[in-house]
Ligand binder design. Structure first.
Ligand code: HAX
Length: 437
């Protein structure tokens, strides 16, 4: 058994009595009330999920296993020659809560390599799809296609389901899938946008390095990939992609069914697709100005025109956050310290939007959070390194998001979280509670 799996098994054994005690002795303790607006408005803020993998503070932003993004980057073992850590070491940390040593990290690197061969039938399915299918449709389909290889589903069908050990099958499925997602994403990219010229994996590279290699993009795109996958990994379990994955898994669906569903949620414009929308909006605007960075006045006008036409300003606002998203800040800092990117006109415009949009949104008075989220900044970096196909950006998000979703559903199984079934009410019931005659 790998060190990661052994440590995870220990952590699960230690954690289980806490969950059992809470449920048995304190199951009736109330966490708060549910209001009519929460009921109609997307269950916003209702405390009804448990995860120890990440926590989102409205003012501070995300912490992964108690660590901010900067602390996470500082703590984890780095890829030689890079300032950024191994994605594989981050996976170890998300699953166990421990910062792995270099040796433990390299064990995961080797383990993922063993698991990374994408079955030929996945490519056959992708190649049979219309070439103009959205890359998220392709990506989600590729994940679903691999369901036939699910260890959990095979064992379940063979009557080998055991509540105490079924997390191990989820862990196997999660690891098998995770190792293949970079290669699948890069394959879709090369097939769809680079004249059908897939690049074979380089067995000497880590997950992030190999992704950059298979995309055919030179350094420092390997660092961009490592940073990108880590910062997009997890944002508590209530966001659409994580919650969908958790919900589907709660029916004992396997990791493939569950994450494919999560990806379909990520593909929505109010969620992961926003990174595509930000760049489209920004570039259309720049094009109207003949490729020039606008004046602040012109930018204000454009932002108001967007709001007045009933559209949202993509990349701004958040359901939980009430300040600038630290995932935005991390990417901004990458741009500011990277020669070339720092003075890149598109980045200049993104910077200017950051100076102007919060004021416009505040004056508009609707959005509870006028500050940028992760998606406001990510497209410009991709564009700069030649990944100019907006549509593909959500696939990158989806590779990163898998880390959080899959770590979460492994723990869901370990702790035996129940099948989800919130209760619905009818409109007359709400009216009655509200005292409407
Ligand atoms: N531009 C214009 N209006 C906005 C807005 C924005 N960026 N953000 C919120 N609003 C509006 C809402 O549409 C809502 O209007 P109505 O009352 O007319 O419905 C009102 O302000 C209150 O919304 P809220 O409570 O502040 O925000 P929600 O929790 O309802 O929604 C969203 C959060 C992220 C979906 C929202 O801010 C939004 O649509 N932002 C733009 C799209 C975006 O950037 N999405 C990516 C979010 C990050 C993420 O999950 N990435 O995957």
């Amino acid at each position: 058994m790998s060190t990661l799996k052994k440590v995870l098994a220990q952590k699960i054994d230690e954690h289980r009595p806490r969950t059992t005690r809470l449920l048995k002795e304190f199951g009736e303790v109330s966490l708060g009330e549910v209001t009519v607006s929460q009921c109609i408005g997307g269950a916003r803020g209702i405390k009804s999920l448990v995860t120890d993998i990440s926590y989102l503070d409205p003012m501070e932003g995300i912490r992964f296993r108690g660590k901010t993004i900067d602390e996470t980057f500082a703590a984890l073992p780095k890829v030689p020659g890079s300032e950024y850590p191994y994605v594989e070491g981050f996976w170890y940390m998300l699953l166990t809560g421990d910062v792995p040593t270099m040796e433990q990290t390299l064990e995961v690197v080797a383990d993922w390599k063993r698991r990374s061969q994408v079955p030929e039938y996945v490519y056959d399915v992708l190649r049979a799809m219309p070439r103009d299918s959205h890359p998220m449709t392709m990506f989600s389909t590729a994940v679903l296609t691999m369901q036939r290889d699910s260890v959990f589903s095979k064992n379940y069908a063979a009557g080998k389901f055991n509540k105490m050990t079924c997390w191990e099958d989820m862990y196997e499925d999660a690891s098998n899938m995770m190792a293949k997602l970079g290669p699948i994403g890069a394959y879709i990219y090369r097939m769809k946008y680079r004249g059908d010229t897939p690049i074979a994996a380089d067995p000497n590279l880590d997950f992030g390095g190999n992704f950059a290699h298979m995309m055919g993009v030179d350094a420092p795109y390997d660092d961009v990939a490592r940073m990108y996958f880590i910062i997009h990994s997890d944002h508590e379990s209530g966001n659409v992609s994580a919650h969908t994955t958790h919900l589907v898994a709660s029916a004992l669906s396997d990791a493939y069914y569950s994450y494919s569903a999560g990806l379909n949620g990520l593909a929505g414009p109010l969620h992961g697709l926003a990174n595509e929308e930000v760049l489209r909006w920004t570039q259309n605007f720049m094009q109207q100005l003949g490729g020039q960075v606008p004046t602040e006045e012109k930018l204000k006008e454009a932002l108001w025109a967007t709001l007045n036409s009933g559209q949202v300003i993509p990349g701004y606002g958040h359901a939980v956050l009430r300040k600038t998203d630290p995932r935005y800040t991390s990417q901004r800092e990458f741009c500011l310290k990277t020669p070339g990117l720092k003075d890149y006109p598109l980045f200049q415009l993104i910077k200017m939007i950051y100076e102007v949009a919060p004021g416009v949104l505040t004056e508009h008075g609707k959005a509870k959070n006028p500050w940028p989220n992760v998606d406001a900044q990510s497209g410009v970096i991709q564009w700069y390194y030649g990944v100019t196909e907006y549509e593909f950006y959500t696939v990158l998000f989806g590779i990163g998001r898998a880390l959080g979703c899959l770590a979460n559903i492994t723990w869901d199984r370990a702790l035996g979280y129940g099948i989800e079934r919130p209760k619905s009410v009818t409109t007359p019931m709400l009216e009655a509670v509200a005292g409407i005659k």
